[in-house]
Design a protein around this ligand. Structure first.
Ligand code: HEC
Ligand code: HEC
Length: 456
């Protein structure tokens, strides 16, 4: 830096000092204005957009895939290109060096000029890095390529690691080689420009097919309150546990389950089980199963179908339904089977659906042995079954009514057992509900039921 140049800078500084605006209050005022804008934006986002809740933290969930926040995704993606053994290089050395360079930049870069046209090296280096970071973030937010998608994986590797690395090296070489500033500027901008374009094309080109094949995002059902958890647990219990343990957890001898027919079990709703087992023990039994005794594992970690959150819901349902030391506050109860008032006609929507869900659907759904009688919807209850129709409007001898009242019936495939078949009939209240429903002509909605009721 020669004296003349220094002199010029000083003069310009003096001039700026005369005309410029003052830090206080002019500059501060602008800062405050921008901060206020950002603050309002954040409050608005938090109020109107919010953050999608994830299921409650679960340290025993081995299937959970942790992901960093979006502003770290680029580093997360970058690490994928570094082989496992060298992970320390990508995770610690490269980021530390990058941050150190930023700290030391004022000492390394003694370029006296401020105008961007005189700071080509710094701008081209930073430009390539920023483009790389943006594209890494995009690559991280689409699904990862399958192992056999080698072309896509190569494109990602080039865009995320190889091209940026080679470009940075080239930029430094060119900056020391060319003596003529104009030629140097040209070679640097051309190199950085071509590299940035290649990174965008390759990364974008790999992201588009991956995004197109992405499976639709599953909504994570998060059971919030205890009541919601219990309601979710009730449904899951009905689907997964009823065939062996019964709708009320009181089965003592398993019946009609292949391989376990006649097996004696402790009724799981009894005090013996409820008082002896903590929530954690119940969770573990459901998660891991009791394979030597014939109960399969249900947890996804063990090849089952239930997530830890779902198992927790089942445990909550068992606890709040069977453990007489626990009671859900009345106003929190949801779902369940509403009882009938004197003379009230039940409807499918309000009464029969939850009733069937709790006591029948565990067996009467697709894929189970049930004479092809499915009970998961109104139409199915009315129309399916090898002996269909099982319900006939106004007929007290409908097959369904007979079997739930403890009579066996001769069907096309032989004798139909009493229902439910595991040894205990429904409560009288529920049998009565089915009877009144069929006698009134199986109304579907609450309005239909009200219309079917005799005038008071
Ligand atoms: C295929 C039949 C089957 C299914 C389905 C099944 N279990 Fe079991 N379960 C068993 C058997 C068999 C045992 C061992 C019973 C015993 O030895 O008393 C058992 C034991 C248990 C026990 C421990 C009882 C004790 O006294 O040790 C609990 C709790 C339990 N089951 C809960 C569940 C829950 C909750 C579900 C639904 C997610 C479920 N089970 C599904 C067959 C089943
Ligand atoms: C543990 C499993 C299980 C449960 C729970 C169960 N069923 Fe069944 N159901 C069966 C099987 C198996 C058949 C086939 C006939 C047989 O083996 O007795 C059947 C057959 C029937 C049939 C005759 C269908 C036809 O077309 O032949 C009716 C009606 C029926 N069940 C009603 C019910 C009702 C109502 C409930 C609930 C209160 C219920 N079942 C609960 C297993 C079950």
């Amino acid at each position: 830096m020669d004296e003349k140049f220094k002199q010029r800078v000083r003069e310009r500084y003096q001039r700026a000092l005369q005309h410029g605006e003052r830090f206080w209050p002019d500059s501060i005022y602008k800062d405050l204005l921008v901060s206020l804008g950002l603050f309002i934006l954040l409050v608005g986002l938090a109020t109107f957009v919010g953050v999608k809740p994830e299921p409650k933290v679960d340290p025993s969930d081995t299937a959970y895939i942790p992901r960093p926040e979006w502003y770290f995704l680029f580093l997360f993606e970058f690490l994928k290109f570094i082989p496992g053994k060298l992970e320390w290089l990508g995770a610690i050395v490269v980021p530390s060096v990058a941050v150190a360079v930023l700290f030391l930049l004022p000492l390394i870069d003694r370029n006296p000029h401020r105008h961007y046209s005189k700071r080509v090296l710094a701008i081209s280096v930073m430009g390539v890095i920023v483009v790389q970071m943006v594209m890494l973030t995009i690559m991280a937010s689409v699904p990862a390529p399958a192992p056999e998608q080698t072309a896509i994986k190569t494109m990602q590797m080039l865009a995320g690691l190889a091209i940026p690395a080679i470009t940075l090296i080239l930029l430094f070489i060119f900056s020391t080689m060319a003596k003529d500033p104009a030629a140097q500027r040209k070679s640097l901008t051309a190199t950085a420009g071509i590299a940035a374009l290649a990174i965008v094309v390759l990364a974008g080109g790999s992201a588009i097919p991956l995004q197109r094949n992405a499976p639709p995002k599953e909504e994570v059902a998060v059971a919030g309150t205890i009541a919601e958890q219990v309601a979710q647990g009730e449904e899951l219990y009905a689907l997964n546990c009823v065939e062996c343990h019964g709708a009320d957890g009181d089965v003592t001898v398993i019946q009609g389950v292949e391989g376990l027919d006649g097996k004696v079990v402790t009724p799981i709703s009894s005090k013996d089980v409820m008082y002896a087992f903590t929530d954690d023990t119940l969770f573990n039994i459901i998660n891991d199963g009791l394979s030597e005794l014939g109960m399969i594992p249900f947890g996804t970690a063990n090849g089952g179908e239930l997530s830890p959150g779902e198992i927790e819901s089942i445990v909550a349902y068992m606890r709040y339904t069977w453990d007489d030391r626990m009671e859900l506050p009345e106003e929190q109860r949801v779902g369940g089977i509403p009882s009938l008032a004197e003379g009230e006609v039940p409807s499918y929507d309000v009464h029969i659906e939850p009733l069937a869900k709790r006591y029948c659907v565990s067996c009467h759904r697709a894929g189970k042995e049930n004479n092809n009688y499915l009970m998961t919807s109104y139409d199915e209850i009315l129309n399916t079954g090898d002996d269909a129709p099982n319900v006939v409007a106004g007929d007290p001898n409908s097959i369904l009514l007979q079997v739930i009242q403890g009579h066996t019936v001769q069907g096309v495939n032989g004798e139909i057992d009493v229902m439910p078949p595991n040894g205990k009939l429904l409560k009288d209240e529920y049998i009565d509900m089915f009877v009144r429903w069929v006698m009134a002509g199986m109304p579907q909605t609450a309005e239909d039921a009200a219309a079917a009721a005799p005038a008071p």
